[in-house]
Design a protein around this ligand. Structure first.
Ligand code: ADP
Ligand code: MG
Length: 361
């Protein structure tokens, strides 16, 4: 197992990149702590696979270095990195049996037969394929083949890291949950460094200790699910994580108050956002509807009952914003303003969070 260090890493698929836009992966410095489970989360095309393939050695970065336990492996081929990687689509040997597919990485490394047999049985159980061990992979469904790929990724106990690139895409929803649970328990049992790529926030938040959020080739935040919820470092994190995502209001800030849609809003702390586009971000959980005269003017557009709570959609100066109300709350027809719980307020300048005065860096 290994600590993985990314030092000044960046990648462009172009031979002569000239501007930042030419980089699929923008400059990045990060230590992946040995034994942690990470999710790498972001929309399609943001550079997740590029980063994963650089770590595994399928791709050589155009800038910077990768170190495993402080050893430079930037130019080392994949085989020397001792990594297991599972891809979005199955990679199996059709002419081999399920058993031989699972055993392959172990036999390849010269493991002894009794260990191979015992380990293959264990993995077959985890992926729910004990009954199919003697079948040829050919003719199995895509779903079953992907389970074999996952099993093969998990079979070795001595790898430096396990990398998963959207591995559950072709798996049916029920089995998805099951396999994710298995991956988590595998992590608890063996403590491998794991990086799990997904574009699905639920998958990321339920799998990982730490979530690495990417946007447009850049890592915009690395944090626990709670940190991503409470203190989104970038407006994209606020929008991408949460359901519905964080609301953003154009604002003018003077110390500890903001002017939003003609109303004065207390921020709970002082801010010096400097120049650029200034916005106040508030998650729907911290927006309160009020019939009082104080607050930001808002017009109710519709109320969606989603079971556990209600989502109220409102219009503020032509922008739709959301508030979460309790299942039992009645929403008065005279409601025409909203207020914010200061604990749920974040301030942004040009999309990056501005720390309030007094917050530890
Ligand atoms: P993700 O895995 O997050 O969907 P990728 O890492 O696959 O994103 O892609 C990031 C960007 O790099 C995208 O704009 C994509 O089109 C581009 N890209 C990916 N692979 C290649 C390649 N082999 N050659 C050129 N451009 C590529
Ligand atoms: Mg990808």
């Amino acid at each position: 197992m290994a600590k993985i260090t990314l030092d000044n890493l960046a990648h462009s698929y172009l031979p002569n990149p000239t501007s930042e836009d030419d980089f699929a992966l923008k400059e990045l410095n990060h230590d992946w702590v040995d034994g942690e489970a990470y999710a790498l989360l972001g929309a399609s095309g943001c550079g997740k696979s590029t980063l994963l393939n650089i770590i595994s050695g399928l791709l050589h970065p155009s800038q910077g270095r990768i170190l495993f336990n402080d050893q430079d492996v930037t130019q080392a081929p994949t085989a020397e990195r001792n990594i297991a990687q599972v891809f979005q689509f199955p990679v199996v040997y059709d002419t081999m049996t399920v058993r031989d597919n699972l055993a392959f990485p172990l036999r390849n490394r010269g493991a002894d037969a009794s260990y191979v047999a015992q380990r293959v049985d264990q993995i077959a159980k985890m992926i729910g394929m004990e009954a199919e061990l003697n079948r040829k992979a050919r003719g199995l469904t895509a779903d079953a083949k992907q389970k074999i790929s996952l099993g093969r990724g998990m079979v070795r106990e001595d790898v430096n890291a396990l990398l998963f690139d959207e591995p559950l895409t072709v798996i049916d929803p029920h089995m998805k949950w099951e396999l994710r649970t298995q991956l988590k328990s595998l992590h608890h049992e063996f403590g491998h460094t794991m990086i799990y790529v997904t574009h699905d926030q639920t998958e990321a938040l339920t799998f990982a200790d730490k979530v690495v959020v990417m946007f447009d080739g850049r890592v915009v935040q690395i944090g626990t699910p709670q940190e991503l919820f409470e203190r989104p470092a970038h407006t994209f994190v606020g929008y991408f994580i949460g359901s519905p995502g964080m609301n953003l209001f154009d604002a003018k800030i003077d110390g500890a108050t903001a002017q939003i849609a003609g109303a004065t809003v207390p921020l709970g702390a002082g801010y010096q956002p400097g120049g650029g586009k200034v916005q106040v971000g508030v998650r729907p959980e911290f927006v309160k509807l009020t019939t009082a005269e104080a607050g930001v003017p808002a017009r109710i557009k519709r109320v969606e009952d989603v079971g556990r709570h209600k989502i109220v959609r409102l219009d503020v100066e032509g922008h739709e914003i959301s508030a979460i109300a309790g299942e039992g709350d009645t929403i008065a027809a005279t409601t025409h303003r909203i207020t914010f719980d200061p604990a749920g307020i974040n301030v942004y300048a040009d999309d990056w969070r501005v720390a309030p005065e007094g917050e530890a860096a």
